[in-house]
Design a protein around this ligand. Sequence first.
Ligand code: ZN
Length: 311
Amino acid sequence: MMSAQPLWQTGEGRRPDLWAVVAIVLLASVFPVDLFPGAPHGQHGVDGQLSGKQGQVLLVHVPVKGQPTDIAGRFLSRRVPFFQGESGPVGLLGIDMQDAPGTHELSIDVTDSQGSKRLSFNVLVMKEKYPVQHLTLPKDKVDLDDESLVRVKAEQEQVKTALEEVSPERFWEGGFVEPVHGTISGAFGRVRIINGQARSPHNGEDIAAPLGAEVLAMNDGVARLTVDHFFAGKGVFLDHGLGLYSMYFHLSDITVQNGDRVKRGQVIGKVGASGRATGPHLHWGVRLNGARVNPYSLLALSVGQPLSARQ
Ligand SMILES: [Zn+2]
């Protein structure tokens, strides 16, 4: 259960020799954390390092003077796009569920009227504990037949291609919402070892909810892909811009079409058990510039909202 692991940390890095200070606040599901550029509270950084757990989303606030003409970040060969916030550039950095624990560089190239600079920061990635399930199953229950295998490969390719597109426009804004209320399984990152073989980790969170319950868009976006896939069943992929995607699987019904603009909280489908599912639930996944992140780490985002100190 997410609520059983209130893992939240905040960290910041300061480089007095640089013309900018970057404050990073790690956001988690349980405790709202407000941004305070240059003066974050509740610091848990290790020696001033930026830090976060595997699967978490970091809100990167770069309070630079003026508005850069160009700014682009890079972390572990993934893009970290920035947009202009109220007091400077802001970006979301996704730590993939399997990024190696340890210290990695976040580089930010900033161009303004004075020229170009590269800012470099250390990000400490901490290990997350994921559930491990050992299962022994009859071989014919595990292996796909040739036809299904071909189908699954094609579907994986379709999804991969869709998620590689990065919309330069940011559609999302403000806070994120949970798509359905229900029983959260805590399955994010779970590894199943079936007959001694480790499978791909579970890259979303499962929320058990009644059949037919409304599934809401976590934020504004564009319905980029609607599918009926072997594993995912009926699914919707929303593009929130700047490389942020959310996905909703095992639906009984899809109520949006490819290309539709959707608003936060809009109904995009109904809870079901389509595809490979043992019962009605929503599989909610989020991809952030290629990183598989825990969707619940987005819920406490407070970009663009008034700053206030909280306990
Ligand atoms: Zn799932």
